[in-house]
Design a protein around this ligand. Structure first.
Ligand code: ATP
Ligand code: MG
Length: 264
């Protein structure tokens, strides 16, 4: 198994009473698999993703359980151990690329950032050619031009492609995509999903895809986890979940979002 999460529990301590936002969640993800996490706002999807990406390093967060990535425990790993994995074996992209991109740095600089950390011996020229190849891999036209641009010169969909290129530059085994298309309009959402699908196949990269949008999840994912109030209420193959949902909550989610169906 590439990723195994065992009894993950996340609690916040910013008030006197701890608020438990993820309750003993367990699931796993095989190499090259695409796993979807769905559930309404506040169900604990992002907190689970942040834990896997090693981004819950705050003093007011209590974490229990274990996260094994290729057998190595990450939930209680040191910052130094996490830094070796982040952006290298595991990458994450978020909803709004503008907040993840640095507005005053050129795209090329940002796409190369992980290479500078994880491949320090790589020459400048090699970094540049890798970055341009990555921009071309995410189907950006004129990658040499994009390399020299600033984030504000690109559209939202192009910026999300840049984020995917940055996330993939070190050829991660796992890409976590937390609502990567929510800020984009519907046709661009579909393009990004198709891109992730292609990259998953070509690079054999596993994807943890988080979304409210079940029609996107249905197109993309092999397996689906349904979260509600910090719990997994149902999990199964995409086919099982869509054709024979067991829980009322899952049925309600399926009924709620027919959006993309008409387009495809
Ligand atoms: N700093 C914090 N202190 C206390 N509770 C928090 C904090 N950050 C998040 N939470 C709570 O954790 C719960 C889970 O949040 P999370 O961001 O994982 O939800 P989500 O499923 O990703 O929702 P969305 O679909 O809106 O992105 C929510 O109830 C939220 O209020
Ligand atoms: Mg979220």
């Amino acid at each position: 198994m590439l990723l195994e999460i065992k009894d993950l529990r996340i609690e916040f301590y910013d008030h006197d009473v701890p608020e438990r936002v993820v309750h003993d969640v367990s699931f796993s993800l095989a190499e090259g698999e695409i796993l979807g996490i769905v559930g309404e706002s506040g169900s604990g999807k992002s907190m689970t993703a942040m834990a896997v990406a090693g981004l819950l390093k705050r003093h007011d967060v209590e974490k229990k359980g274990a996260i094994f990535f290729e057998g190595t425990e990450l939930l209680h790993a040191s910052r130094a151990q996490l830094r070796k994995v982040q952006g290298n074996d595991i990458s994450i992209i978020f909803q709004e690329p503008m907040t993840s991109l640095n507005p005053v740095k050129r795209i090329g600089w940002q796409v190369e950032e992980s290479l500078k950390i994880h491949r320090p011996d790589m020459s400048r020229e090699e970094r540049r050619s890798r970055a341009i190849a990555a921009l071309s891999d995410v189907e950006l036209p004129n990658p040499e031009q994009v390399y020299k641009k600033y984030p504000h010169e690109l559209s939202g969909g192009m910026r999300q492609r840049v984020m995917i290129a940055s996330a993939m530059i070190c050829e991660p085994k796992l890409l976590i995509a937390d609502e990567p298309t929510t800020a984009l309009d519907v046709t661009i959402q579909l393009q990004i999903v198709k891109l992730l699908q292609r990259l998953n196949k070509e690079k054999k990269m596993a994807v943890l895809f988080i979304s409210h949008d079940l029609s996107l999840v249905k197109r993309l994912c092999d397996r689906i986890i349904v979260m509600h109030n910090g719990d997994i209420v149902e999990q199964g193959s995409a086919q099982e979940i869509f054709e024979n949902p067991k829980e009322c909550y899952t049925k309600e989610l399926i009924d709620a979002i027919p959006r993309l169906e008409k387009l495809v």
